[in-house]
Design a protein around this ligand. Structure first.
Ligand code: NAP
Ligand code: ZN
Length: 353
């Protein structure tokens, strides 16, 4: 199938129109028209080769919502017209212990990311959601609950599951005290999800500028992480802190905020941090952990939870040809709180322009 999208062609080139092929349907594949795609900070990291593994041309995008247009002959879960979603992975070995537990993101052979990787069968490049169509095996497609507004659901597929998963791992519920470092795409979903689970939520932001937004999103308060006095007063007051900061940073000011046995879970920076002191870890029996996205079953659980509670991200809709300006704003943390590309604005003309 011929299709088109926007691609990065090098680490310093702006994204530009790109035509390419999607594979013919295998028996267990569905084809979908992409209606909306969220813009994750990981897309920016990957386009710019921040993680040193980028291959070009690269079509980013792993927060994908659309409708099924065709099904392979062995497909049982979906039919033409269904609202479906695809997140950060499109395949895994399906046989190892982690895959069998539904933790495909932790596949022993490595999962196949939605873009910037290779198809497990043919070795063809995988291309993401900044495009018009997608072909994916049915096991890696999710059902979007009828009650969710499709135009706002896309960011749940990465920002949503990446913050939902640690909230579930650490059994967050009524009475839990959760901190969220960084109020961006992941951070604002962490606030909505934790507060939807009944937790008491504090946003830790670099300034007071987002205080009103934090409360509107469901947080109980905003703590300015650069205010030493306020930080000292908040010592030992959290069970879980979700750290979404996308760059190298210092954990030393955050660790004393955890109560005994509390955990700071890193979901943002993938790479080095400033040297952490072990003092608050040892003295308060505190922990540092990490967490990658979430499994397919848990992603469906998260979508269903959001469907029941009507939890949706705050989105700013953009046209496909505004993606480079959106990347610049993402880099400056000027997003309220997730860009979503309206794929109706990607036409063969846009792609040829
Ligand atoms: P984002 O929308 O840009 O939000 C990041 C937030 O972090 C900003 O809004 C800002 O909040 C804070 N921040 C930014 N620069 C900072 C700095 N220099 N120092 C301290 N705080 C800073 O990004 P996102 O889409 O939420 O993604 C966040 C990170 O998660 C990215 O690195 C992405 O690659 C990663 N990620 C990981 C996974 C996973 O599986 N673990 C999945 C998806 C994304 P304030 O202005 O409130 O301080
Ligand atoms: Zn992402």
């Amino acid at each position: 199938m011929k299709t088109y999208g926007f691609a990065a062609t090098s680490c310093d080139a702006p994204l530009a129109p790109f035509s390419f092929e999607r594979r013919e349907l295998r028996d267990n594949d569905i084809a979908m028209d992409i209606l909306y795609c969220g813009v994750c900070h990981s897309d920016l990291h990957q386009a710019r080769n921040d993680w040193g593994c980028s291959q070009y041309p690269m079509v980013p995008g792993h927060e994908i919502v659309g409708r099924v247009t065709a099904t392979g002959k062995a497909v049982t879960r979906y039919k033409v017209g269904d609202a479906v979603a695809v997140g950060c992975m499109v395949d895994s070995c399906q046989t190892c212990d982690q895959c069998r537990k539904g933790e495909e993101q932790l596949c022993r052979e490595g999962n196949t990311p939605t873009y910037n990787d290779k198809d497990r069968i043919t070795g063809e490049r995988t291309y993401g959601g900044y495009s018009k169509h997608l072909v994916v095996r049915e096991e890696f497609a999710l059902k979007v609950p009828e009650t969710l507004d499709l135009s706002r659901a896309a960011p749940l597929l990465c920002a949503g599951i990446t913050t939902y998963s640690p909230l579930r791992t650490w059994n967050i519920g009524p009475g839990s005290r959760v901190g969220v470092i960084g109020l961006g795409g992941l951070g604002h979903m962490a606030v909505k999800l934790a507060s939807g689970m009944g937790a008491e939520v504090t946003v830790l932001s670099r300034s007071n500028a987002k205080a009103k937004d934090a409360l509107a999103l469901g947080a109980d308060r905003l703590l300015v992480s650069t205010d030493d006095t306020a930080m000292a007063k908040a010592a030992s007051s959290f069970d879980l802190i979700i750290d979404t900061v996308p760059v190298k940073h210092d954990l030393n000011s955050y660790m004393p905020l955890l109560d005994v046995d509390g955990t700071l879970v890193l979901v943002g920076q993938i790479g080095p941090l400033n040297e952490p002191s072990t003092v608050p870890l040892i003295i308060g029996r505190r922990r540092i952990a990490g967490s990658p996205i979430g499994g397919i079953a848990q992603t469906q659980e998260m979508l269903d939870f959001c469907g029941r509670k009507n939890i949706l991200p705050d989105c700013e809709m953009i046209r496909m040809d505004q993606i480079n300006a959106a990347f610049d704003r993402l880099e400056r943390s000027d997003v309220h709180y997730r860009f979503v590309i309206d794929m109706a604005t990607l036409t063969p003309d846009t792609a040829a322009a």
